[in-house]
Design a binder for this molecule. Sequence first.
Ligand code: IVH
Length: 677
Amino acid sequence: MNNKKKIIDQYKKKVNEFKKYNEAYFNKDKPVISDSEFDKFKSDILKLESKFPFLKNEGSIKKIVGAKPSNKFKKIKHLRPMLSLSNAFNKDDMIDFLKKVNNFLNLNKKEIELFSEPKIDGISATLVYENGLLTKGLSRGDGTIGEDILENLKTIKSIPKKLQGIEVPNLLEVRCEIFIGKKDFIKIQNDFANPRNAAGGSLRQKESTETAKIPLQYFAYGFGAVEPMKFTTQSTFLKKINEWGFNINPLSKIANGINEIEKIHQKIDSIRSSLDYDIDGLVYKVNDLNLQKRLGNTSNAPRWAIAYKFSAEKAITKIKNITIQVGRTGAITPVAKVDPVTVGGVVVSNATLHNEDEIERKDIRIGDTIQIQRAGDVIPQVVSVDISKREKKSKKFIFPTTCLCGSSTKKEFSKSTQKEDAVRRCTKGYDCKYIAREKLKHIVSKEAFNIEGLGKKVIDQFFDLSLIKEPADIFKLDYEKIRNFEGWGDLSIENLKTAINKSKSISLEKFIYSIGIRHIGQENGKILASFFVSIKEFSKLFDAKKRQMILRSLVELDGIGETQVDAIENFFSKQINVKIAKNLINQLNVNNFLIKNKDGKFSNKKLMFTGGFRNMSRSEAKSIAENNGGKVLGSMSKKLDILIVGDSKPTKKKLDQAKEFKIKIITENEWNKILNS
Ligand code: IVH
């Protein structure tokens, strides 16, 4: 009897604890234990309940349920997408950026004015003002759709709720970065890993009274939709919104030319640690908003801005071993296993050695003392070897010539560079289990299927257990089996199910990118999707004969070259890839490519350019054509609708062919007239 009472007491204690976790997770969105700990805790209690039937009299935790957390915030579409930034890590990268901007705008080496701003390491948010009143506040979300966090943002006192001053636009979307001051963070640091996490956690509280407890700050740095648009430069935009009541960063300033860029960079880097907020670099923006508009964006970053990161943090350590890693394209990458060392606040125990040639060139050996560096989120790299510390008996590292799967490897000959590739690759594909595993990780990644809760670690776990062997298996998971594994329970399984189901509906461009054809990245995925439009048409590539015909017309697409065509042929000529793609399609709902700008000036038209233009670069002309709904071909075809002939050195052959095919030919002047009409 005594024993029974003890069990009941223990049970009650556990249930009370469980209630606390449940409340923290579901109602406060501030979990105190991890999902898997939560599930384990719950299943332990359930086990107790079934083992001791007399506990029934105490009620059951089965009746305790929380609301679903993922629908906590309303989803709202951003008026303009929130893009990310490309990175520069050194002077050369910045020179390259300046050159690209210059070429795109056809400026002929004229120096272009930039605006330099600290890159705040916080959480981005968008504020929408209608007739001067703050009406919406959104998190970034996936860049297209954000979450409604207005009430929480309103708790930040320095965010204006009503704009003061003259000439306030009817509609104004302001982008800003929310952060916690370093000093304020010290007071709450027990709860969070770093200031950035703390800011994120605070902004996502269900109760805004919880947000209000943490002292959040912000700097405004950009705009989305503005009506009427009266700003002309980034610098005057910031000055204006500052007058209207927004906080802007005082370290921002105009920058001209690479020398000034470097000077500012060094200066800010040197005072970085004395600032009360974390910054991880400087953002350089083309100051003139008209030029920004002309430059436009690539798939996820503007061409008019770049984040120049501060130099990498370095540390000294020792190589314990050198192993190889197989990537999703079969690339064999040597990895140094090093004595764990802290670099910029993160413990590092692996560093990449890039490839065989790099090891050879730096003569890197097991046992060597090395310097490593970590820049941004990239994998740490080996910078140099301290030969003076090398042991006498150390031997040269011999690079393996077989893959971890046992198959042979080879260095391919690159048609574009006419050289042997530096990278050695496994000659197999999905039939190499190391490649297969990486391909699966690629499929679930953010840019591809974006399945939350199915990250790299879970793929490793499920792959080892043979639960997922190929992409289609993701959609046929045996959840009852998973429930029995350590770390899995009702909550984590429900979340995983929801995320997987959601990802079943996918755009054609993402599908093409996801299946992991070499040389087909996001941008090429889009180009191909615009060509095929439907998965039905794309699936014709599975048939060898049809494929040959299709590949011949693919070369005509601007952006798709011989390298890509060879890669597509190579991919689909392997039966295993065709089978895997078919199985995957059977599980999905692949949506047709949406033609943007159906009513654009060049909708449904195929265009080609020849010769140089007086006032715009070829890239800009191409981007204008595409923004107006047109498709740009890279080589002559009977299907071409318009050939646009620039004044400077047009190709005679193209002109002759166009005449022969009776294709409409227009001059540079006529092109400009159409654009201005
Ligand atoms: S401009 C079109 N300026 O960095 C993209 N971003 O990596 C414009 N950030 O999402 C971004 N400080 O959250 C810009 N002065 C600044 C910034 C800044 C921080 C963040 C922002 C953005 C991310 C891009």
